[in-house]
Write a protein that binds this ligand. Sequence first.
Ligand code: GDP
Ligand code: IMO
Ligand code: MG
Length: 420
Amino acid sequence: MVDVILGLQWGDEGKGKIVDYFAPNYDIIARFQGGPNAGHTLYVEGKKMVLHQIPSGIFHQNTINIIGNGVVLDPVTLKRECDAVAAHGIDVRKNLFISDRTNLIVPTHRALDKASELAKGESKIGSTLKGIGPAYMDKTGRNALRVGDMLNKTFTTQYIKLRLKHQKLLDNFHFIEDISAWEEEFFEALEFLKTLNVINCEYFINNQIKAGKKVLAEGAQGSMLDIDFGTFPFVTSSNTISAGVCTGLGVSPKQINEVMGVTKAYCTRVGGGPFPSELEDATGEELRKIGNEFGATTGRPRRCGWIDLVALRYACMINGVTQVIMTKADVLDAFQELQVCTAYNINGKKTEEVPYQMSGVKIDPVLQSLAGWNQDTTGMKKAEALPATMQEYIRFINSYIGAPVKYVSNGPGREQIVHL
Ligand code: GDP
Ligand code: IMO
Ligand code: MG
């Protein structure tokens, strides 16, 4: 049986905290897509940790953590993270397992990411520059190096061939950067990677499921950054939605049970691209300040706005969401009045559907006002204690999106969560 936790917006919904919270109920936590573009924040013994490559169950000693075939893996980031995790007494050789089919991010992927973004100029995606797009391009282009390959005698030859191909592309971009230091780090990190558990993951995970073990698949990014269903081309390069779990881990759709979708009580986006309910005013600034909305991977200020129910309902539909977890509700504590986006006005036409093309068109949000609760909710533990106006806000969202909000997170701490 596989449950899923994934983001319903443009990323940074608080997936790391939520996975860490639910981890004790599972035997295995598995990442199925994305790579070091992810930044999942959790608190371990009061200390902040940001995970990029390693699943958010790593701090639970008896939980198996898997990096699945759908992930793109940067060995340098992984090594750095393993060292940080070891400082907390966690032995990754015991509880971290990596699929031999996982694709590797090589230094020239990072250079290509940078070159491609520079070439796009004003219309750049706002990539995290971690090499994600180029690495997935090599996967679908059937050129990639995979984790299993590093044990082959031919690995260096394969690497040089790929590097040459990349060099030609970089020359086309007229992009010059000395990557020798990156390469040195990369080969050092590969030696480290060889000491970890590399497995034939689809057999491993299916055998575990057969033995009755419970798996939690951890999404990275968010549904609106999905390569097929997101705000293309301002998206990431993988399928971030629940369908990605099957191809990213090698499990059948029949194994998928609960799909838990995480949304903020408002909305943020980092990087370029459409964001209909964005607030480019003092209210947006206030959300950013109270919510401490700065990227966990790049430190960039996140764009802020009201919750977009059009996009949220769409995300629930394409993911088959069975329950919603609403995070950062406490960030709205200070507001007298809240707004929610219930439709889009595109070229004078009102719609409640997400159109195929959201960039290059002017989308005006149709906003509805709702009362704020205007009180401190961070210490609340029980559903009954939540202010009536917050319960009304949740009821409104439930009825619009057609999926129930089952948990409200009211602070970054592991224990700051209310079950409704
Ligand atoms: P992820 O990428 O989805 O894991 O989310 P990030 O870690 O990038 O960003 C979420 C941020 O919000 C982190 O700094 C979390 O510590 C913080 N956070 C998570 N849940 C809550 C919450 O309910 N309230 C507040 N105030 N902060 C939260
Ligand atoms: P987590 O897992 C927020 C955004 C980037 C950029 C676009 C493409 O922490 O929620 P990429 O590096 O993938 O080529 O960038 O996607 N992006 C994220 N935004 N949270 C993330 O991950 C993101 N990962 C990528 O800002 O707009
Ligand atoms: Mg994040």
